[in-house]
Design a protein around this ligand. Structure first.
Ligand SMILES: [Zn+2]
Ligand SMILES: [Zn+2]
Length: 226
C-alpha cells in the first residue's frame, strides 16, 4: 500500500487491483477520521497507518456503500470500535432494504444500525472530523464528497475517476444515474479545490480549470447513448 501525505493533515492510502483503490485519513485536534475502507486486503495497511500516526481513530465516514469502499471495515472496527457514517439516502441500500438502482437484488453489506446517518441541518450536512460533507448523488443515491478546507482538497470518492491528471466519468457499469453524477460535478465549480482526489485514479490539480470540458464530453456521451 502506498501512503502519501497530501497536506500536514491529509493522507491518501492507495493499493492496486487492476485499478487503483484509495482511502484517505484526515487528522484534526480530536484524532483521525478514515474516509472509506477500500478492499479487504487494505485492512492491515490501514491499521498500521493508524498505529504509526500515534493518533486515535475517531470515526469512519463513507463516500458510499459499494463493496470496494467498505471492504476493510470489519477488521478496522474489530480493533477500533468507532462509529461509521454515511449519507442517510445510502443506508437503505447498504442494509439491503432496497436494491441499488439498476441492480435487480437488494444485497445487505452491513447489519441494520451499523452505519449511522451523517448529521444534517435541513439540506446541509454538518462538518465532521474537520471535513465538510457534500451530497453528490448520481454514482449512487447517497454519494458524498468530503472537503478539507485548509489544504483545499476534495475527496470525491467515485463522483469521478481520473487518468493522467484528467477528470473522467465514474465507471458507467457501477453508476446509478450518470446524468445526475455529471450534474453533481458542480461541486468543483462551487469549491474550486486546489486538488481533487478520486478513489480509482490519481490526483487532479486545479480541477475547476477542466470541469467544463469534462461536462461537455460527458453530456456528449450521454446524448449518444440516449
Ligand atoms: Zn462506487
Ligand atoms: Zn469504487
Amino acid at each position: 500500500m502506498k501512503i502519501e501525505a497530501i497536506s500536514n493533515r491529509v493522507w491518501s492510502l492507495k493499493t492496486w487491483i487492476i485499478i487503483p483503490v484509495t482511502v484517505w485519513a484526515v487528522a484534526d485536534e480530536d484524532g483521525l477520521t478514515l474516509i472509506d475502507a477500500g478492499i479487504p486486503a487494505m485492512a492491515g495497511g490501514i491499521l498500521r497507518f493508524v498505529e504509526q500516526s500515534g493518533l486515535q481513530l475517531r470515526r469512519v465516514v463513507l463516500t458510499h456503500g459499494h463493496s470496494d469502499h467498505i471492504g476493510a471495515l470489519k477488521r478496522v472496527l474489530a480493533v477500533h470500535r468507532v462509529p461509521v457514517y454515511a449519507h442517510p439516502d445510502e443506508i437503505p441500500y447498504m442494509e439491503g432494504r432496497l436494491p441499488y438502482p439498476r441492480r435487480r437484488k437488494a444485497v445487505p453489506v452491513i447489519a441494520p444500525g451499523d452505519v449511522l446517518p451523517l448529521e444534517s441541518e435541513g439540506d446541509r450536512l454538518l462538518p465532521v472530523g474537520g471535513l465538510v460533507p457534500y451530497h453528490t448523488p448520481g454514482h449512487s443515491p447517497g454519494h458524498v464528497a468530503y472537503y478539507e478546507p485548509e489544504a483545499g482538497v476534495l475527496l470525491a470518492g467515485d463522483l469521478f475517476t481520473s487518468k493522467r491528471g484528467t477528470i473522467r466519468r465514474p465507471m458507467a457499469m457501477f453508476t446509478a444515474d450518470m446524468a445526475e453524477a455529471v450534474r453533481s460535478s458542480a461541486i468543483v465549480d462551487r469549491l474550486r479545490p486546489a486538488r481533487l482526489e478520486v478513489c480509482h485514479g490519481g490526483p487532479v490539480l486545479h480541477p475547476a480549470e477542466q470541469i467544463e470540458a469534462y461536462r461537455q464530453q460527458a453530456w456528449k456521451r450521454i446524448g449518444a447513448n440516449a
